[in-house]
Write a new protein. Sequence first.
Length: 246
Amino acid sequence: MEFVKFAKKCFEFRGGKVNFIGHPQAMKTLLTLLASALFAVSTSHAEIVFGNLGANGSGALSDSGSDFGPSASTLKILAQGFTTGTDPDFLTIQSVSIGAFYDNFATASRTLSIYSNTGGNPGTVVATSGATTVGAKGLYTFSFSSLNLSASTSYWVVPQFSDDWFWYVNAAEEQPVGLNSSGYSYLGTKRSNNDITGSWSNTIQPYSLTITAGSSAPIPEPGTWAAAALLVGGAAFARWRKRKVA
């Protein structure tokens, strides 16, 4: 890191003491680089908290498509439900991934929404993802911005209403479960032949799903903390020595 390399050039250890050997202007440069390092370097704390594609989200998709597309034009909406856990570190949704298909030779922009739970069915929209381009069969990720859910609360994943794309089943044909000690649990899978306010019925189709949650907080690297301590300590020592000489 630039800050660490620069700091090493400005200090030396001699006789058990820390000596600042850089030009006075170098201290300003060090402080600028330190501020940048402490606030710009971050480590993601995202975890896969729920799904049926494995703890790392790399599970395979089935060869079976859903009944969400041209082959079932009367079916307009599918929804998969989950209940959050109590750990606050797992309540900020970053993305939802599903196995989907639009066309082998064309693409379309699609979104996915998180709905509240009303009487065991999808209620109202809580948040809608950014648009994702969907084409051939594959795993597609829909990202959310600042979506904070409530603890121990049920929600529904609902892909954009359309009759021209498919939601694929996972290869193991297993229902989604809570992952990585998130405390999430499976609520159910629903389908409606009308609209979001229409009549919902249960289905056992294990549609592919991965939910990633967590937070991205600035966490400086260990080398940055060490160099910062050296800078602060060296600056304090230099100031103390200056006063002593005066």
